[in-house]
Structure formats: C-alpha cells, structure tokens
Write a protein that binds this ligand. Structure first.
Ligand code: NAD
Length: 302
C-alpha cells in the first residue's frame, strides 16, 4: 500500500507549537503538505505569549525540506490564521482545531474567568477558525476538519466543568459541520485524544506517558482528513496509546406515554425499567430519528 500523501494541500494546525499539534505539523509537512504552524505560545493555563513555539516547529519542518509558515495569533482571531494560509500558499484544505489550555478547578471554586477563558479558546476559537475556512472549503468543494474533544467532555472529569462543557461542545459542533458540509465534500470529525504532553505531564505517571506518544494519534487524523476519505464524517473517535475506537450515542428502549393527564411522575416511575432498558439499543444520528420514533405507531401504548 502506498503511503498517504498531502502534496499541494495546505494544512492549518492550531496550537502546533507543542504536543499533539507539533506532531501533526511535522507529519503533514513530511507527507508533502504546506503547513501553517499556529501557536500563541502560552502556558498550559493560557498565560503569557510568545512566537518561539511556532518558530521552532517551522524551523524544524524547513530543515527537513518541508514547507511551513508560522502564525502567532490566538485562535480567537481565526480569520488572521486562515489568511496566513491563503497569503503563503493560496489555499486551505485541512483545518486541525487543536489549540487548547486548561483551567482546572473544582466547580465550587470556579470563577467566571476560568469558565470564559476555556470556552473562548476551545469553543470560540474552533468556531472562528472553521468559520474563516468555510467559504474557501465551499468554493473549492473540498475541506477537511478535525476538532478536538476530550474524554473529560464525553464523560465528565473532576475539576474540569469548564473544559468538559467546551469539549463536549466540539462534538455537537462537528456533527453539524459534517451535516452542513456534506454537499460540498467537507468532511468533519472529532477526536478525543490521549497523549503525553505538558497537559498530561503532571497528572499521569512517567511509565504511562511513555506509551502515549502524540505521534500515535497522528495516523487516525491523517486517515480522516485524506482525500480518500469521502464517507467517514461526523464521527467521534477515541485515540491514543495505539487504541482507536469510534463512539456513538445509544438510546434505550424507552417509554412512550400518552400525552394527557395520565402523564404523571407515577406513570414514568412505572415505566422506569423501559426508560433504562439498553438490552436492544438504537443508535440515533439526528433529530429526525427522534421525530420518527414519536411517529412510530408500533411503540404507542395501546
Ligand atoms: P499542549 O499544551 O502541549 O499544546 C497546546 C498548544 O496550544 C500549546 O502550544 C499552546 O501554546 C497552544 N495554544 C493555547 N491557547 C492558544 C490560543 N488561544 N491560540 C493559539 N494557540 C494556543 O496540549 P496537547 O496535549 O497537545 O493538547 C492539544 C489538544 O488536545 C487540546 O485541545 C487539548 O485540550 C486536547 N486534548 C489533549 C489530551 C491529551 O491527553 N494530551 C487529552 C484530551 C484532549
């Protein structure tokens, strides 16, 4: 099998100065892509600012014979990041929304500023970059997007209410981009990665981190954003340490109650086992599935 190539394509990688973003940038450059290495150069909690993080990665790519330019904007300024791609390379084909920070603190002690900053970087930042890339994708009838969620968003995580909210938001955001992009050959998927980086360095033991190289997240991302992928869109993937798995929503059997005065808390209590019965699950993929479910006469109580 020949290796996946990205010649003549432009990849924008946000937060590419370190961790996962750097691994993406180096990989795509090594496979022929033009790479925009975006990084604001902040601390893991979003403090400070420096162009060095992006510059070092650009130098490494160029030294290896690749093509890359740096961009030092915050993802909040998505237009400026995409503009860097257009100015340097004349196009944008792939957007990897990866930049991120943490402001971990128990919910009891969370301040508005902790909530706002996390949502600004992860939610607003991903939106701004995708929004700026979107007209290009539509015009050229080609675009590939990866958004970055987290297990914290999918399942919750102590001390990460802000981050969890923002990260699950990436899932809904991606699902909608996938639906709206389908007509224009715009493919969008979301990953919940796990990798050794400064983000995980303080919360995981060194022997575990050794098995979590960011490089091991890259192959899934490359597969999803390659032009040969024309069907896998709106997917949620867990990836890291050699493990790759798709996730999806699951609906229990449920109960459909008459919508009259008999719909009381007691009526729900009597059907509680059906509400929670996952023995024959369904896998809804959109709001239309819910409407179909309501209209499904077979399930109406007699
Ligand atoms: P990292 O801290 O090594 O890298 C993040 C990069 O983003 C940094 O270089 C930082 O300077 C940059 N950045 C932060 N705010 C920015 C902004 N406003 N604009 C531009 N750049 C900015 O972290 P990482 O572990 O490589 O994380 C990458 C992504 O993966 C993040 O979205 C993170 O939430 C997510 N994630 C990581 C893990 C993991 O196990 N490492 C798990 C789940 C999710």
């Amino acid at each position: 099998m020949s290796e996946l190539r990205f010649d003549n394509q432009t990849v924008v990688v946000t937060g590419a100065g370190g961790g996962l973003g750097k691994a993406y940038a180096l990989f795509f450059a090594s496979r022929g892509a033009n790479v925009v290495v975006n990084d604001l150069g902040v601390s893991h909690s979003g403090e400070g600012k420096s162009g060095k993080a992006a510059d070092v990665v650009v130098e490494e790519i160029r030294a290896a014979g690749g093509k890359a330019v740096a961009n030092y904007d915050s993802v909040e300024n998505g237009e400026a990041i995409i503009e860097t791609a257009i100015k340097a390379f004349g196009r944008i084909d792939i957007l990897l929304n990866n930049a991120g920070i943490l402001r971990d603190i128990s919910f009891k002690n969370m301040k508005d500023s902790d909530w706002d900053l996390i949502n600004t970087v992860h939610t607003y930042g991903a939106y701004k970059c995708a929004r700026a890339a979107w007209p290009h994708f539509r015009k050229q009838k080609y675009g590939r997007v990866i958004n970055t969620a987290s297990a914290a968003g999918l399942f919750g995580s102590f001390g990460q209410a802000n981050y969890s909210a923002a990260k699950l938001g990436q899932v809904g955001f991606t699902e909608t981009l996938a639906k709206e992009g389908a007509k224009y050959n715009i493919i969008a998927n979301v990953i919940a990665p796990i990798a050794a980086s400064r983000m995980t360095a303080t919360v995981m033991p060194p022997d575990v981190l050794e098995n979590l190289k960011p490089d091991w997240v890259v192959p899934l991302v490359a597969t999803l954003v390659h032009s040969s992928n024309t069907t896998e869109t709106g997917g949620i993937y867990e990836v890291g340490g050699g493990h790759v798995a798709k996730l999806r929503w699951e609906r229990a059997k449920g109960a459909l109650l008459k919508t009259d005065d008999s719909l009381t808390p007691g009526a729900i209590a009597r059907k509680w086992s059906d509400v929670n019965d996952f023995s024959k699950p369904e896998y809804p993929t959109g709001p239309a599935d819910f409407m179909a479910f309501l209209e499904d006469g077979v399930k109406m109580p007699s």
